[in-house]
Design a protein around this ligand. Structure first.
Ligand SMILES: *Cc1c(COP(=O)(O)O)cnc(C)c1O
Length: 387
C-alpha cells in the first residue's frame, strides 16, 4: 500500500508532475527513478529487510508512480495495475455477491463487458443509466446499491456527469463513488475534490501519453479503502512491471504541457469541424453548442483532444477513417500522435447494438484523438479525408 509523503501535495501541479513521489536514488544519485527490474530482495536475516520482500507486493519504481499519480489527483494513496481494466477489476472486487452498482451507460466498452460478462456471473448486479441526469442515478438506487460508477466525459459520446451532484448523493446515502478520470486527467478535473471515493485511470492513455505501455491506477484518500485495495492488489496480483511503471512516470512529467496542447488543438479542430458541411453532428464539451457546456466549464479546466463527429452515413465514416494520413486508424487515445477510430466496430463493438443506438453511438460516428502535432496539418489531413 503506497501512501504519499507529507510534502507530495505542497507544490504546484507541474512541479508535482515532475517530482512528486520520487526521491534521489541512494546508490548513485540517479536523477531518474531507477527501473527496479527484480522479483525479490535480499534479506539481512529472518524478518530483517529494507521494507521490500517480493515484487508483487512492493517495487520502488511502482511506488514512485503510485505516489506521483496520487499527488496529482489530490489523493493520499495510489495503486498501480497492469491495465486500466485490471484497476477497474480490483475496484469491483471491493463488492460482494448481491451488491448492486449503478453505472453510467456510456462507460468504456471494456468496463461494460467486465461488469456484464464477468461480475454479473459472480452475483453482482448492475443498472446502466444515462448519468447526464442525476435523477436517473437517484431512481436506480436500491437498498442493495453499494457503488455509483461513472466516467466523465464519456467515450465517445462526450456525456458529462455532474460530479458535485453525484458526490452529494453518494455521501448522503453512504454509497461509494468511483470515477474513471482517464479522459480529463487530473490536469483538467479532480473528482476526489467533488466527493468521489475512488478515481481510476487507464495510464495507457493521457497519463503515459506516448502509446508505449498499458497500465492502470487507482487513487483514494480513504484509509479503509486503501487497506482493502492494497490487500487486493497483492492478493489478486494484477500488478504492472517496473519498466511500464517507469514509462508512465516519465510520460507524466510532461502531462501539463501535453494537455495544454491537446486542448488547444482540440478546441481549434472542433471549432473548424463544427462549421464543416460534411458533418451532421459534433460532440466536444468545449463547444458552446454542447448541451452540457456550462457543466464542462464548471467542473473541468480544459477539454482536451477527444472529438466525436457523426457523418450521417456509415459508408462516408468508413471512407474517412481509411483515408487519413496523419491520423492513424487505431484503437486507444491520448498519445502525442493523432488517432482516428470507428467506435461501433472498434472500441465499442462489445457494447450491445440496442444500447449503442439508444445513446447515439451510430455506425456513422468517428472518434478523433487529436495529438500534439500542428493543428493546421491535422485539419488539412481531415479535410482531404472528408473530401
Ligand atoms: C482504455 C480505457 C480503459 C481501459 O484501460 P486499459 O488500459 O485499456 O485496460 C478504461 N477506461 C477508459 C475511459 C479508457 O479509455
Amino acid at each position: 500500500m503506497t501512501r504519499i509523503r507529507s510534502n507530495d501535495l505542497d507544490r504546484g501541479f507541474s512541479t508535482r508532475a515532475v517530482h512528486a513521489g520520487q526521491q534521489e536514488d541512494p546508490l548513485a544519485g540517479a536523477v531518474m527513478t531507477p527501473i527496479y527490474q527484480t522479483s525479490t530482495y535480499v534479506q539481512e536475516g529472518l524478518g530483517r529487510h529494507k521494507g521490500y520482500e517480493y515484487a508483487r507486493t512492493q517495487n520502488p519504481t511502482r511506488e514512485a508512480l503510485e505516489r506521483n499519480v496520487a499527488s496529482l489527483e489530490g489523493g493520499q494513496y495510489g495503486f498501480a495495475f497492469g491495465s486500466g481494466l485490471a484497476a477497474t477489476d480490483t475496484v469491483l472486487k471491493l463488492l460482494s455477491a448481491g451488491d448492486h452498482v449503478v453505472c453510467g451507460e456510456n462507460v468504456y466498452g471494456g468496463t461494460h463487458r467486465l461488469m456484464e460478462r464477468v461480475y454479473a456471473r459472480l452475483g453482482l448486479t448492475f443498472t446502466f443509466v444515462d448519468s447526464r441526469d442525476i435523477r436517473n442515478i437517484e431512481r436506480a438506487v436500491t437498498p442493495a446499491t453499494r457503488m455509483i460508477y461513472c466516467e466523465t466525459p464519456t467515450n465517445p459520446m462526450m456525456h458529462l456527469t455532474d460530479l458535485a451532484a453525484v458526490g452529494d448523493l453518494t455521501q448522503a446515502r453512504g454509497l461509494l463513488l468511483t470515477v474513471d478520470n482517464t479522459f480529463a486527467t487530473p490536469f483538467f478535473q479532480r473528482p476526489l475534490s467533488s466527493g468521489a471515493d475512488i478515481v481510476i485511470h487507464s495510464t495507457t492513455k493521457y497519463l503515459n501519453g506516448h502509446s508505449d505501455m498499458v497500465g492502470g491506477v487507482v487513487i483514494t484518500s480513504r484509509d479503509d479503502l486503501a487497506e482493502r485495495i492494497g490487500f487486493l492488489q497483492n492478493g489478486a496480483g494484477a500488478v504492472p512491471g517496473p519498466m511500464d511503471c517507469w514509462l508512465a512516470l516519465r510520460g507524466i512529467k510532461t502531462l501539463p504541457l501535453r494537455m495544454r496542447r491537446h486542448d488547444e488543438n482540440g478546441r481549434r479542430i472542433a471549432q473548424w469541424l463544427s462549421q464543416h458541411r460534411a458533418i451532421t453532428r459534433i460532440y466536444y464539451p468545449g463547444l458552446p453548442s454542447h448541451p452540457q457546456h456550462d457543466l464542462a466549464c464548471r467542473q473541468m479546466s480544459g477539454f482536451g483532444g477527444m472529438i466525436s463527429i457523426d457523418l450521417g452515413d456509415p459508408e462516408k465514416a468508413r471512407r474517412m477513417a481509411e483515408r487519413t494520413k496523419i491520423f492513424a486508424l487505431a484503437e486507444s487515445l491520448g498519445g502525442v500522435e493523432s488517432l482516428i477510430g470507428h467506435p461501433a466496430s472498434m472500441t465499442h463493438a462489445s457494447v450491445p447494438v440496442a444500447m449503442r443506438q439508444a445513446m447515439g453511438l451510430t455506425d456513422s460516428l468517428i472518434r478523433l484523438s487529436c495529438g500534439i502535432e500542428d493543428a493546421d496539418d491535422l485539419m488539412a489531413d481531415l479535410e482531404q479525408a472528408l473530401g
